[in-house]
Design a protein around this ligand. Structure first.
Ligand code: SAH
Ligand code: SF4
Length: 365
């Protein structure tokens, strides 16, 4: 029998399985609590389930599916996790400790940045994730397991702590989340559900390079997810130069879709704007950027570019970054300049995986 991923089960699918196996419905909740709240690392840990039931579960479900391949960083700094998937591909997650200026509200404890695809098909010129092209979509369980695996590592290191570590999620790791829309929604439903991850929708930020139709679809969902729009250029000329998707959905179409999102979910949009020297950091970009921000009632997050090995782009001098920020603020835009955490540990998306894959390739005859 083909096994499916345990972490991707909903309460209903688990209840159906229990019913099909002659078990009472409450067993479904017991299993889900072990998976999502009690950080079980294996079947043996589920001590209040009869052994025979555990054996049957094991025959039906894979648990867990991610293996930690590498970890960088320390307990109280940005930590990066490289996961090996069942088909020997890799994705990464980044854990960022409390930072009030990040997404969500001011009481953040830990934000986890998770991946949705292996590689990325969108080929933004500055990004490490797209360098090797696209391999595959992650399953809902593989998206969810990134959260569970980080929680398990945390609880193994500090067994006394009962509370959750991750209380804020950003879907900003490798891949384009809205290009894996169905699996993303399946994962977020479980991460948000009370019986599952129990992370509030307003604590979940979906980042997109600008898939206009899917932004509208997301707007029509009942959940109040935050949307981070990777703008990086406020005119078509600049944006098309670095983001090929801008040719498919130019700014007019993209901003219209985002405006629709804004009408459905008020105050939920952040514009991401990486500052790349000589590309998009010119003073002339600030006025069109301010106009977009005002239309969307969005704040702007300026991020100095993280250099990627093999790519020619650089971050601007600090004085240029500050001048850009000040101009935006003078145009009445709420803007922050995020001094990137984790620059030294390849925290920008896709970089750790790229390096490890190169190392692995170098080992092969
Ligand atoms: N595909 C989605 C989500 C993953 S990328 C998107 O593009 O939004 C997450 C964010 O990291 C995006 O804003 C992306 O533009 C940014 N990013 C990619 N490479 C970067 C780099 N080298 N330095 C800083 N930010 C980078
Ligand atoms: Fe893909 Fe986002 Fe990187 Fe663009 S920035 S290549 S969409 S992961």
């Amino acid at each position: 029998m083909q096994r499916t991923f345990l972490a991707g089960q909903t309460r209903q699918s688990m209840r159906d399985w229990m019913a099909g196996n002659g078990q009472p419905a409450y067993r479904a909740d017991q299993v889900l609590a072990w998976v999502h709240q009690r950080h079980a690392a294996d079947w043996a840990a589920m001590s209040d389930l009869p052994k025979l039931l555990r054996e049957r579960l094991q025959a039906s479900f894979n648990f867990p599916s991610l293996r930690l391949a590498q970890q960088q960083g320390s307990e109280d700094t940005t930590r990066k996790f490289l996961w090996r998937l069942h088909d020997a591909t890799f994705v990464e997650s980044v854990l960022i400790p409390a930072n009030p200026s990040l997404y969500g509200d001011k009481s953040d404890r830990h934000t986890l940045c998770i991946s949705t695809q292996v590689g990325c098909a969108y080929g933004c010129k500055f990004c490490a994730s797209g360098l090797d092209g696209f391999k595959r979509n992650l399953e809902p369980a593989e998206i969810i397991e990134q959260v569970l695996a980080v929680e398990r590592i945390h609880h193994a290191a500090t067994p006394a702590s009962k509370s959750r570590l991750v209380n804020n999620l950003v879907i900003m790791g490798m891949g384009e989340p809205l290009a894996n829309y169905v699996n993303l929604m399946g994962a977020l439903e479980i991460l948000n559900a009370e019986w599952g991850g129990n992370i509030g929708a307003r604590k979940i930020t979906v980042s997109t390079s600008g898939l206009a139709p899917q932004i509208r679809m997301l707007a029509d969902q009942p959940w109040q997810f935050r949307l981070a729009l990777s703008l990086h250029g406020a005119t078509d000329e600049v944006r098309s130069r670095i983001m090929p998707i801008n040719r498919k959905y130019p700014l007019q179409e993209l901003v219209d879709a985002a405006a629709y999102y804004q009408t459905r979910k008020k105050g939920m949009i952040t514009l991401e704007y990486i500052l790349i020297a000589g590309v998009n950091d010119m003073p002339e970009q600030t006025l069109p950027l301010a106009r977009i921000a005002q239309r969307l009632h969005a704040k702007v997050n300026l991020i100095p570019y993280n250099t990627v090995e093999g790519l020619p782009w650089q971050r601007p001098e600090p004085a240029v970054q500050t001048a850009f920020l000040k101009r935006l603020q003078a145009l009445n835009v709420t803007a922050t300049l995020r001094r990137e955490k984790g620059h030294d540990i390849d925290a920008a998306c896709g970089q750790l995986r790229l390096r490890v894959e190169k190392e692995i390739a170098a080992l092969q005859p």
